[in-house]
Design a protein around this ligand. Structure first.
Ligand code: GLY
Ligand code: MN
Ligand code: MN
Length: 484
């Protein structure tokens, strides 16, 4: 459907001198009036408003006296007047709880005597009926849906709201030090070109990444919701494996996506629906292959909640419901490695400990099976197991699937686990179809098991424990789910 109200040849967006082609003065006048007042009054703040206020206060304390600019980002054109689905920047959503395209959070430093900052969220207000924007512009509310008024947004977010169309002029006039989160809004960055430096902006990005490492109660609740929906999505997939066999991996992708869109905002990342040898391709998202009885399915998928927290879970399932002896041997080795990894997740442990624990188990198995020559210590020292283990054993999880990615090495990879951190533990073994160094029967088998683990005061909590992991329990679960 084109966005022009009539099938005119000239797109409405090409407005000339304020006039739209194909719109009579009478129609333009007619469309201005006769609309009900739909302002929403007495709105309650969003559930996380208290938490976002605390996050802004911490940000304010870290950068005293500086103007801080955090954009949500803009729509990206797919073709012509069609855009890609919008997903607000993590930094903006984390600090405001809002997800509106073109939104910008600005923290304005107060005069020194008072200290701190005043936060303002700049948003597109309701569509103007007087100038016809609401029905003639492609981003008018008649085309894309009602927006919140600035007053409504203030009540919901607990942040004063202003018209975003005033922002670039205001930024242009601003004096004093400014920092901006880059990569989301080219117009905002252009307005700040002369006022910011890449190095100082990077410090802001790093801070906002590190600030998210420890999750608050609201975030932990959202992560659990994401995991719970993902568990249901995995059950959905088990139920339709026969249909996937009759079609392709796409049936699995579509089935999981349905759960993600019905219960959440979206998938948190491209679902990896890897049957047979595709399981050895770490980020197999083409999902266009055959699904065959007797093969394994490696399903790595996560639902993203409406507040943008994602799960990241992998199960490797026997498509016909029962592992072969070799599949089970490899699966059980990965399970053992995951158990060792999860056991190493506790407050005070080094971040690397769970990776090292998992890698040691996998190296031991590879030596035991005669795939690599021992001793295990030498294999680990030279990293020889990595031909088949391929990737790190986990990562921080939160609003981004690879959360806190801009954090400094000393606070992340070389850091120490603290209660409230959430991470994945996801060892795997992958024998490529063309790997001539392993016996033929291993080739084309890939196994990963991935769970979402919260660091607690005295150890850890597996948020995804509802999804069975042990090979016999996986088989029992599949049989049960198929019968439901
Ligand atoms: N889903 C990508 C990963 O597990 O890191
Ligand atoms: Mn992961
Ligand atoms: Mn994953």
């Amino acid at each position: 459907m084109p966005e022009t109200p009539e099938e005119t040849e000239e797109p409405i967006k090409q407005r000339k001198n304020g006039l739209y082609p194909g719109v009579s003065d009478e129609l333009a006048e007619n469309m201005k009036t006769g609309w009900a007042d739909t302002e929403l009054r007495g709105l309650e703040p969003i559930a996380q408003a208290g938490h976002t206020a605390e996050r802004r206060a911490a940000l304010s304390a870290r950068f005293p006296g500086e103007r801080l600019v955090v954009p949500a980002g803009n729509l990206k054109t797919r073709s012509s007047d069609t855009e890609y689905a919008f997903r607000a920047s993590t930094e903006y959503a984390y600090l405001t709880g809002d997800q509106t395209q073109d939104g910008v959070l600005v923290l304005e430093p107060r005069p020194e005597a008072h200290g701190g900052h005043d936060a303002t969220v700049y948003l597109l207000p309701r569509s103007d009926r007087e100038n016809g924007e609401f029905w003639l512009d492609g981003q008018g509310e008649l085309w894309v849906g009602r927006r919140h008024s600035l007053t409504e947004a203030e009540q919901l977010l607990g942040i004063p709201a202003k018209d975003v169309r005033e922002l670039t002029a205001a930024l242009g006039e601003a004096t004093g030090p400014v920092r901006c989160v880059r990569g989301h809004d080219a117009a905002v960055e252009a307005a700040l070109t002369d006022k910011v430096t890449a190095e100082r902006d990077e410090e802001l990005r790093v801070y906002l990444s590190e600030a998210r490492a420890v999750k608050d109660d609201f975030e932990i609740g959202e992560l659990q919701k994401a995991v719970d929906s993902t568990v249901r999505g995995f059950e959905d997939v088990v139920k339709i494996l026969d249909k996937a066999e009759a079609t392709s991996e796409r049936y699995i992708e579509g089935t999981f996506f349905l759960r993600a869109r019905v219960e959440g905002n979206d998938i948190g990342y491209g679902s990896i629906c890897a049957a047979g040898p595709h399981a050895t391709t770490l980020h197999w998202v083409r999902n266009d292959g055959d699904v065959r009885s007797g093969d394994l399915l490696l399903l790595d998928a996560g639902v993203e909640t409406h507040t943008l927290y994602t799960a990241d879970i992998t199960r490797t399932l026997p498509i016909n419901g029962a592992f072969t002896d070799l599949q089970r041997k490899i699966y059980d080795a990965v399970y053992e490695a995951q158990e060792a990894g999860i056991a190493a997740v506790r407050p005070g442990a080094k971040y690397r400990d769970f990776h090292d624990a998992s890698q040691r188990v996998l190296a031991e198995k590879l030596v035991e099976w005669g795939l690599v020559e021992g001793p295990v210590e030498k294999v680990l020292e030279l990293g020889l197991q990595r031909r088949w283990t391929l990737h790190g054993t986990g990562h921080m999880l939160g609003m981004d699937v690879h959360d806190c990615a801009a954090a400094r090495r000393e606070t992340y990879a070389d850091g120490t686990l603290e209660p409230g951190m959430c991470l994945t533990v996801e060892p795997g073994l992958y024998f490529q179809a063309d790997d001539l160094t392993v016996p033929e029967e291993y080739r084309g088998i890939g196994v990963r098991i991935e769970d979402d683990i919260l660091v607690t005061e005295d150890g850890n909590l597996n948020l995804s424990a509802a999804l069975p992991r042990r090979s016999d329990e996986v088989e029992d679960w599949m049989a049960r789910v198929k019968q439901d």
